[in-house]
Design a protein around this ligand. Structure first.
Ligand SMILES: [Zn+2]
Length: 402
């Protein structure tokens, strides 16, 4: 595959350069003939950006778009009786697979090459997503949770029990089927159970992720049970690779996360759709946290990272309180090169360079609404929609073409 006379966002800092020629062989970029830096267009051109990675999804729930409308966070999403768990339990597998594969195909058409999915339904749920991923070419990094809650309320309050034998067995199969483990909140399990999960996932080289501080209730319940907030407790007992949400994080909690070096995944559109506060993007950036972007639940939100980038950029500007900060590149990195700083960085470095994977999105900046862009990266955030994606390529393989 060869591209000629296009613009590509190169390196970690996504610098737009005019490129006479970009050469791809066996899924790898083998040559870039890069010329001058270009930030504004004088004529329409094709623009290559690194393939986008969605760092927090629940695509199993894409079978019920907007099904949570009118329901609270608890009524829609919490185990055991939340809307999603009731609906998933009665959905025939073939229908479910078709819905998930359709959602993944939409992601490919929106420039997304991979997603980190918080998959329900245990090992079966992981296998279903694996099949949809193979059908569409979008890479699914699957983090699984237990099929059913291991503990009742009394056991959770006492916070002393280890995993029941049945769940210990299930954990072994999850670790085998999936790329890692996640749970809704740290309050869903006891501390001894978190220690066991931490040990097993660490010994088997699997990833760990957890939702923290999505609302005040996460912190309050954890404080009541353990005298420790949910974020500090998650870091101490589970040592996650990713902390998702941080929606109501205060200054002290942002500092704790920054000290830990753990990446945050924010999901501003999903938070807004649930009537929650918006995540402190500006404060997380100022604290030096590595921030990633997700679209969260497929029932709640479309898995369209261009929409999420636009919303996040404007939210961050509003929080900084001026029109100058942040630089648009800072926001685009959240779906690209910031992935390179995580455990998935070798597979998804989120940057275009010689020797790196040919994983990119071709954007049609020849169109009339884009061809006069006076700031390319800002236009990618605020004007590009999935309709402007010409092609999505992962490791040299075209997974979407307009
Ligand atoms: Zn989630």
């Amino acid at each position: 595959m060869i591209y000629q006379n296009c613009i590509a966002l190169l390196g970690d800092d996504l610098e737009p350069h005019f490129c006479k020629r970009i050469e791809i062989e066996d899924g790898v970029i083998v040559g870039i003939d890069a010329g001058e830096r270009v930030s504004r267009l004088t004529e329409g051109m094709c623009v290559l950006i690194p393939g986008l990675v969605n760092a927090h999804t629940h695509m199993g729930d894409a079978a019920f778009p907007d099904g949570a409308t009118g329901l609270s966070l608890e009524a829609a999403f919490f185990r055991p009786n939340g809307f999603k768990y009731r609906e998933l339990a009665k959905l025939p597998e073939a229908e479910h697979l078709a819905a998930v594969a359709d959602a993944l195909a939409y992601m490919a058409g929106s420039g997304t090459v991979a997603h980190i999915d918080f998959r329900e339904q245990g090992a079966l749920g992981a296998r279903l997503l694996r099949t949809a991923s193979a059908q569409t070419g979008v890479s699914s990094i699957i983090l699984s949770q237990f099929t059913d809650s291991p503990f009742d309320m009394t056991e959770l309050e006492a916070n002393a029990a280890g995993l029941p034998e049945q769940h210990r067995k299930e954990l072994l199969s999850l670790v085998e089927e999936s790329d890692g483990f996640c749970e809704s909140t740290i309050n869903d399990l006891t501390d001894p159970a978190w220690h066991e999960i931490h040990q097993l996932t660490r010994a088997t080289g699997k990833a760990r992720a957890i939702h923290c501080l999505e609302n005040e209730g996460y912190r309050e319940l954890s404080l009541k049970r353990t005298k420790m907030g949910d974020l500090a407790r998650a870091i101490k007992n589970f040592s996650p690779d990713l902390v998702v949400h941080m929606t109501v994080a205060n200054k002290e909690e942002i500092a704790i996360l920054a000290d830990s070096g753990i990446s945050a995944v924010i999901n501003p559109r999903a938070n807004a759709n649930l009537g929650l506060p918006l995540p402190p993007v500006a404060a997380l950036l100022d604290a030096g946290v590595n921030v990633l972007l997700g679209t969260d639940n497929g029932m709640l939100n479309s898995p369209n990272l261009f929409a999420e980038l636009d919303f996040t950029y404007k939210l961050a500007k509003s929080q900084y309180g001026d029109a100058v900060r942040p630089d648009p590149v800072t926001i685009l990195k959240m779906a690209t090169s910031n992935l390179g700083k995580t455990r998935w960085g070798s597979q998804f470095p989120g940057r275009l360079e010689v020797g790196g994977p040919a994983t990119f999105v071709e954007l049609d900046f020849k169109q009339k609404h884009l061809c006069r862009s006076a700031h390319l990266v800002a236009s990618i955030l605020t004007r590009v929609t999935p309709a402007d994606v010409l092609r999505t390529v992962r490791d040299g393989r075209t997974i979407y073409q307009r």
